[in-house]
Design a protein around this ligand. Structure first.
Ligand code: SAM
Length: 201
């Protein structure tokens, strides 16, 4: 996926389709994760969550994104203080084992097909400390929303070279890696959800 071309417009496209609902989802469990010490934030895009998180937390953050333009926007919003910006593919970058007590992925897991998602979740699980939290916002696929998701995937395939074309349910994959769901909240008829998971082993 290459989000460089749509980086600047991304926020406005989101507001056009979802209003502020995706932002509500991202920030839903922010108070639950603010005590983190070492956070891995994957595919945060233009840095709106990153900036809000860093205003609430002392954590040192590794922020990984494959789009240089998204990282520039994130740096403009969140600054450099506690954050290391890493321009890389999350499927390829080596992650130090058991280093993070917080993982964050907002509307990022939907970029991957089943094999990619399994690989990503395995890599992230190995980089998480025992007891680590994983904060997720993600789409779900109630039957009524299938056409909507088809159009959304088509849009990102055309504008950002997204290779994946369908949503894969990440929840069984997280559970298989020892994460347990602590809290969840869904909105818009079950289309969008916030989740908070903990690594229990
Ligand atoms: C759909 S956007 C989500 C942005 C933001 N997290 C949000 O809540 O809207 C996906 C983000 O992940 C990044 N991305 C996609 N695939 C990636 C990969 N393999 N490695 C790192 N970043 C990736 C994109 O550049 C983009 O910033």
């Amino acid at each position: 996926m290459n989000c460089d071309r749509i980086a600047r417009a991304y926020r406005w496209i989101e507001y056009l389709f979802y209003g502020h609902e995706l932002e509500r989802r991202r920030f839903c469990y922010l108070p639950d994760v603010a005590a983190a010490k070492r956070a891995l934030i994957l595919g945060d895009g233009d840095g709106r969550f990153l900036a809000r998180f860093c205003a609430a937390s002392q954590a040192s953050v590794d922020c990984i994104d494959s789009s240089a333009r998204m990282l520039d926007l994130a740096r403009g919003r969140a600054g450099n203080g506690q954050i290391r910006y890493i321009h890389a593919d999350a499927l390829a970058l080596p992650l130090a084992p058991t280093s993070y007590d917080l993982i964050v992925t907002h509307f990022f897991l939907d970029c991957f097909d089943a094999a990619g998602l399994e690989s990503l979740i395995g890599r992230v699980a190995a980089a998480a400390q025992p007891g680590a939290l994983w904060l997720i916002s993600e789409f779900r696929e109630p039957r009524w929303a299938r056409p909507l998701l088809t159009v959304m995937y088509l849009f990102f395939r055309m504008t950002a070279d997204l290779a994946n074309n369908h949503l894969v349910d990440h929840r069984p994959l997280l559970a298989a890696r020892g994460f347990r769901l602590l809290r969840e909240e869904a909105s818009r008829g079950g289309l969008i959800a916030s989740e908070l998971w903990r690594l229990s082993k």
